[in-house]
Design a protein around this ligand. Structure first.
Ligand code: EPZ
Length: 413
């Protein structure tokens, strides 16, 4: 429940990146030794991944934001439907399990609120490394009884978790693997850094070509996860949409360049008071166009939040979503609050600035719910967001963090 119309002021600290923590936890399955991961955000998706690792047979210990995984024995190299259906990123255990045990069984994810999201690219990569892949009763089975063999592989299209999955399988394959058209997201770089600490030999993560020289085995390591750039970006937009003055701390400004560029073009004043913080101040905003792209382009995970901002900017903004085919569910809910948005295939045309008023709305997915929170912060009156559990999948205590900078927000049963 949010009562809007108040400029936010103060500092908000971001946590570790959910989308780096997920593959990093899966990477722990590659060794029988202990891996200690720091700055793991205590969000719902991470709890699901920890449950999955425990199901597989790993010992998972959580203490003070750090998580220790010890996969001494793999009991069940599988990701059951019950876990995969609540979190698609469960398929990230596929590569590590085939690499470690020579077999894996992972439920096929079903439909998703933001698009089809198949895992065919992950499978093509694993097949190139010598795995035999088959499908049976809703499950994918991959086997490589004689281990995996390094090979060149080019992704048909850029996939973030696909790149991570194939990279994790290749680190213990025999010989060299070269992944072309790899995802360049900071999360891929972070997972590669963890794997290298575990004894892998990976070069080029963060570029389109990743070279991996297979090693016989990996060992334990300690690693701290990078800051969550999407959480940081969401708070920057919160500062802008409320015409406030917000400093986002413990973030990585380099990972947020595309967003900061668009915020600046829209008239916000963004500075870097320290190497790990960004401050945003905003008054009157003007509309700008955005097109989502793979990193270092504008992140699809910030599209919904930016759309909320564009409802409060003067002029017409054309928002083009190129990564997922159905990621505009928030537009209809924003319209219920008074936004003027027309959808045309992969484009949303937002006319602003419109006066938003509090309403009852429904969150359809993680980033859509963040967009509704932002709109509510700018709206007149009270907004009630239903199905807010979506937000807990990826944001740690968002209501407490926003309250800390003056938002009138509370969680009601
Ligand atoms: C990751 O999903 C993120 N999830 C998503 O974050 C993010 O939106 C997405 O990358 C894009 O940046 C995690 O990192 C855990 P993709 P991922 O494979 O890897 C198509 C959030 O809100 N595709 O890069 O699943 C796919 O359908 C989430 O935190 C295939 O066709 O995304 C999409 O159109 C949601 N076949 C495009 O590629 C495949 O085998 C890019 O998806 C794989 C993907």
């Amino acid at each position: 429940m949010i009562r809007g119309g108040k400029p936010l002021e103060g500092e908000i600290a971001v946590g570790g990146a959910k989308n780096s923590a997920l593959p990093s936890l899966a990477a722990c399955l590659l060794t029988s030794e202990r891996v200690a991961l720091g700055r793991i955000p205590p969000v719902r998706d991470i709890a699901t991944m920890q449950k999955l690792l425990a199901h597989i047979g790993a010992r998972v210990t959580v203490a003070d934001g750090s998580v220790t995984v010890e996969a001494a024995k793999i009991k069940r190299p599988e990701a059951p439907y019950d876990l995969v259906k609540t979190m698609r990123a469960s398929s990230l255990v596929l590569g590590p399990l085939v690499a470690r045990c020579g077999r894996a069984r992972v439920s096929l994810p079903g439909g998703c609120a933001i698009g089809a999201r198949p895992i065919n690219l992950h499978l093509a990569g694993l097949e190139r490394l010598g795995a035999q892949v088959s499908q049976d009763r809703g499950y994918i089975e991959a086997v490589a009884p004689n281990g995996l063999e390094g090979a060149p592989f080019t992704f048909d299209r850029i996939s973030v978790t696909g790149t991570e999955d194939v990279m994790m399988a290749a680190v213990v394959a025999r010989g060299e693997t070269i992944i072309e058209n790899a995802a360049r997201e900071p999360e891929v770089v972070d997972v590669a850094a963890l794997l290298n600490k575990m004894g892998a030999s990976i070069e080029g993560a963060g570029t389109s070509t990743i070279r991996i020289e297979g090693v016989e085995k990996l060992h334990g390591a300690e690693h701290s996860i990078i800051p969550d750039r999407i959480e940081a970006g969401t708070f920057l937009v919160a500062g802008a949409i409320t015409h406030g003055d917000v400093t986002v701390t413990r973030c990585a400004p380099d990972h947020l360049r595309a967003l900061v560029e668009k915020l600046t073009q829209a008239g916000a004043h963004v500075t870097e008071p320290s190497p790990d913080s960004l401050r945003i101040r905003a008054r009157k905003l003007k509309s700008v166009d955005v097109k989502t792209e793979e990193h270092p382009g504008f992140a699809t995970d910030l599209q919904a939040q930016f759309m909320a901002l564009m409802t409060q900017s003067e002029g017409i903004s054309i928002i083009t979503e190129t990564i997922f085919e159905n990621r505009f569910m928030h537009a209809l809910e924003l319209a219920r609050m008074g936004a003027n948005i027309r959808l045309d295939g992969r484009q949303a045309i937002v006319a602003g600035a419109t006066r938003l008023s509090g309403a009852q709305v429904i969150a359809s997915d993680l980033r859509a719910s963040a967009s509704l929170v932002l709109a509510a912060l700018a709206a007149k009156g009270e907004t009630v967001i239903d199905r807010v559990y979506h937000i807990d999948r990826g944001y740690e205590k968002i209501e407490a963090k926003l309250k800390g900078v003056g938002a009138r927000i509370r969680r009601v049963k």
